[in-house]
Design a protein around this ligand. Structure first.
Ligand code: ZN
Ligand code: ZN
Length: 160
């Protein structure tokens, strides 16, 4: 994902890349990225530095943390990243007349990973007693636990 800078050009420069997700090396145990990532946006010249603004569109597959169902979802991640020829805290260093977006896109996708993966925000999860998917309806189990100490234990689980 290389943007070539044209020394004379001060206009915004649009870019569009299609990159196979496996080349980006972003999949982890919990999340599998599928097919191609689409990276679109524009490069804005700021005098000395550059800013890339755009969006990454990407498909991922994961198991819902609550109901354990496999989910495939397309996500769009907006980004804005500054590039500079001089080292600084708020920008990415580049040299020569090329800006390579690959590392930046990889970092943005990884940083956008949510802490919990849910099929939908209001997923009801599985019944802790019979295992039924509560999104499909009530099972009739009595899941009410009177002693709060037990309810803490009940919610305790180990994620790997
Ligand atoms: Zn779910
Ligand atoms: Zn049940």
């Amino acid at each position: 994902m290389i943007i070539r800078l044209n020394a004379g050009n001060k206009e915004d420069l649009p870019f569009s890349f299609i990159v196979p997700c496996n080349e980006l090396d972003i999949s982890s145990d919990g999340t599998l990225y599928l097919g191609d990532a689409k990276v679109e946006g524009k490069l804005v010249f700021l005098g000395e530095d550059y800013v890339t603004e755009g969006a990454i569109t990407i498909r991922k597959s994961f198991l819902c943390d609550r109901c354990l169902k496999e989910v495939e979802k397309e996500v769009k991640i907006d980004f804005s990243e500054k590039f500079s020829r001089e080292e600084s805290d708020d920008s990415t260093l580049f040299t020569g007349d090329e800006i390579d977006l690959t590392e930046v896109v990889r970092d943005i996708v990884l940083a956008a990973e949510p802490i919990s993966h849910l099929c939908k925000e209001e997923c009801k999860g599985l019944c802790k007693i019979c295992g039924k998917d509560l999104n499909e309806g009530e099972c009739g189990c009595d899941r009410f636990i009177a002693d709060p100490r037990f309810s803490i234990l009940q919610d305790y689980r180990i994620d790997d």
